[in-house]
Design a protein around this ligand. Structure first.
Ligand SMILES: *Cc1c(COP(=O)(O)O)cnc(C)c1O
Length: 390
């Protein structure tokens, strides 16, 4: 598979293994080697790899209808929209195919709503430093990290960045040109950064006082990852618009924008579209994912196992002084080191455990939400061995 180095765009620094099979929290490479997967397809495979219900939904829908145009109603799309609305603040849904596309849809909807309501000067969107919202030019411009912008300027105009969890900064930045504030309730790529308990509530108040839309990027932390279906539920503060993607169909590409009826009404026929968005295959699997997350006790397991993992890591922190911090919610957990985490990730892989490192120094754990205590013990044991050899 090393030939991939020559035929693939050089956009990932890939590890030299080829994963060919997965089941639950385990994956196997082409040499038959087994790994425990604490990357989970990067927060995508929340029900685990090849969950039987997901496979069944995929097979059944593939036999019925794989694609048809959004010129016509699509049964599973309506079903998934109904579920998302019933389970969230939302009243209308637009479907696309990825997180970055959901961000684009949110930018467009916020601008259209504000233009219609207040006039064309109101187009500015405030996002946060260390945020991540995607890689297309609009979503990249929304992303408050210089390292992703480098070489791609000029960006889309109209974005202002504020420090995360800093209300005064946002209050100072909101002006007559501001149409929306976009924030990840918990910053994921930025290093698993949790907000103060009342941050989102105060942010919403600020938005309401100034007629500013509040947009949550729940692409990574939504769909059960934090132990609630949507992470904003922890903070009792709904937004006007929310984006979803990653685990919404457990690995079948999908993205969604969920909005209140009033805001969503700013879109008229022809304003926005996606050929594949909301296709029968992806949305049939999405329905299965939502039903399984809610119905099979997955959220409860996520809360319990998240607590167990956090406790285990705090135990390691007591023994290894180079661990600066351990933090998380549900099963998005970060372990911040004093040094770069790349080598630790490689050593863990040698021991048969896949983990990830973000923001250079934060080991990040994103296992399927069905992970067991025994599997977490194996991760902690591998980490202990790797840490002890440092
Ligand atoms: C992954 C991610 C995105 C981008 O999603 P893609 O499907 O990779 O385009 C956007 N926002 C957040 C918070 C993400 O984690």
């Amino acid at each position: 598979m090393r030939e991939g180095q020559h035929v693939l765009a050089n956009t990932y620094a890939r590890y030299p293994i080829l994963l060919v099979r997965g089941k639950g929290v385990k994956v196997w490479d082409s040499n038959g080697r087994e790994y425990l997967d604490f990357v989970g397809g990067l927060a995508v495979c929340n029900l685990g790899h090849c969950h039987p219900k997901v496979v069944q939904a995929l097979e059944e829908q593939a036999r019925q209808l794989i694609h048809c145009s959004n010129f016509y109603y699509i049964g599973p799309q309506v079903e998934l929209a109904r579920r998302l609305c019933e389970l969230s603040f939302g009243e209308r849904v637009f479907f696309c195919n990825s997180g970055t596309e959901a961000t684009e849809a949110a930018i467009k909807l916020a601008r259209k709503y504000s233009t219609e309501r207040y006039g064309p000067e109101r187009y500015q969107i405030i996002t946060m430093e260390n945020s991540f919202h995607g890689r297309t030019m609009g979503a990249l411009s929304a992303t408050g990290q210089k390292k992703f912008h480098k070489g791609f300027e000029p960006l889309l105009p109209g974005f202002t960045y504020c420090p995360f969890d800093d209300l005064e900064a946002v209050a100072g930045a909101i002006g007559p040109q501001t149409c929306a504030v976009m924030v990840e309730p918990i910053q994921a790529e930025g290093g698993v950064n949790l907000p103060s308990p009342d941050y989102l509530k105060k942010l919403r108040e600020l938005c309401d006082q100034t007629g500013t839309l509040l947009i949550y990027d729940e692409v990574q932390v939504g769909m059960g990852r934090t132990g609630k279906l949507f992470s904003y539920e922890h903070y009792d503060t709904p937004p006007h618009i929310m984006t979803l993607a990653k685990s919404l169909a457990n690995g079948v590409p999908i993205g969604a924008l969920v909005a209140t009826d009033e805001v969503a009404q700013a879109f008229s026929p022809g304003d926005h579209a996606s050929t594949f968005g909301g296709n029968p295959l992806a949305t049939a699997v999405g329905c299965c994912v939502v039903d399984t997350l809610v119905g099979d006790g997955i959220l409860e397991n996520c809360q319990e196992m998240g607590g167990y993992l956090l406790k285990g890591l705090l135990g390691l922190k007591e023994r290894y002084t180079f661990i600066k911090d351990v933090r998380g919610k549900g099963l998005i957990v970060g372990c911040e080191l004093e040094f770069e985490g790349k080598k630790i990730v490689e050593r863990c892989m040698d021991k048969g455990v896949l983990i990830n490192c973000t923001a250079d120094r934060v080991l990040r754990f994103l296992p399927p939400l069905i992970v067991t205590r025994e599997e977490i013990d194996l991760l902690l044991k591998a980490l202990d061995e790797v840490f002890s050899k440092r």
